[in-house]
Design a protein. Sequence first.
Length: 382
Amino acid sequence: MPRLLSVVALLACAVLGVSAQRSAPAPAQAPIRISYLYSDGNISGTLKAFKALLQERPDLRNRVALSFITESMLPDVKLEDVTKSNILVLDVMNQQMLERVNKEKNVDLIAAVRRQGKVLAVGEGLLPKEHYTKQGALWDPRARTYWAHMGAANQVALLKYALTQAGVTGLSIPDPQPSMDFGYYYPAVDRPGAPRAAGQVFQTWEQFTAWRQKNGKLRPGAPRIAIGFYKAAYYGDETELIDAVIANIERRGAEAIPIFGYPGDVATARLLVDASGKSRADAMLGFFFNFAGPDSSGYLARVDIPIINLISLYGRSESEWRSSPMGLSFFEGTFNVAVPELAGTIAPTVVGSQEKLRDPDTGMTVVVRRPILPQISMAVGR
């Protein structure tokens, strides 16, 4: 009888053990992580794409996580997260940021991600393609095309493409949508209580002028002030600073002529000189002379108008800039002051900053470009 009781007890323990194993919760599955190493200004477009993805595929909420490696976000980057990324989207224009991450975090980021994931090299930089492919980064034509043309549709498509590369199925990935390399821009009319809408672009002067005529934006006899910026500001959904400059110009009774393109000197000569060689503007405020070359002054001489150099801070908030004893960093002093001056611009003026905000929909910390309104007023007044 004691032996029988022992057998029964052992069977009971075994059954309870199996039951406990079956009822124990499964360990939480790590999310699929897509990391981006790029400029602060790209974050807002990626966030908008992520929200669009979640509207289309709500089942991916909490299954997909994003990490941003930028100038402003670097102090908050969790190394363990980014090194275990399924996909790293690497903008090779930010090679300096990659080197900084590797040095400050004591890591070879490309090699670390490649242990379990893929690195998609996009954009254009100073180093050749082979520098990245030798390290195992993928020079994927489709990913690079999405990046090159930017815009909301391409940003969503790039995110979907990256997730597909990470193993997510069932995503509908559209073909890349072409963008304009050079053109004219005008902001959308704000509606009280509604989200800020995207503006529109025009490929030709005739299209731009016809639209302005129809919408009452032409002001015969008024000063004509051009505003030059990179197309990424429009296609990356980051025009708040540009729009603030335009609004200030118009409040003063002048006519705003916003243009975009790269290089800035080529865009200026191409878009602001008419067929007879006359300038379409009387003065210019420029954001896009950071990469001026030896021929830049020649291009700008064709336009023959004064150009004030506008600066948006790189990776710093307005409060950080105002409290800094240096003002501009060495990097900003080089690319935002010295190089534009070689092209012939004058009066460099800080008008924008990078501010960290928490997105209420996703809970993510993001960086957005914000206008510094008193500085804009001073620059436009000049």
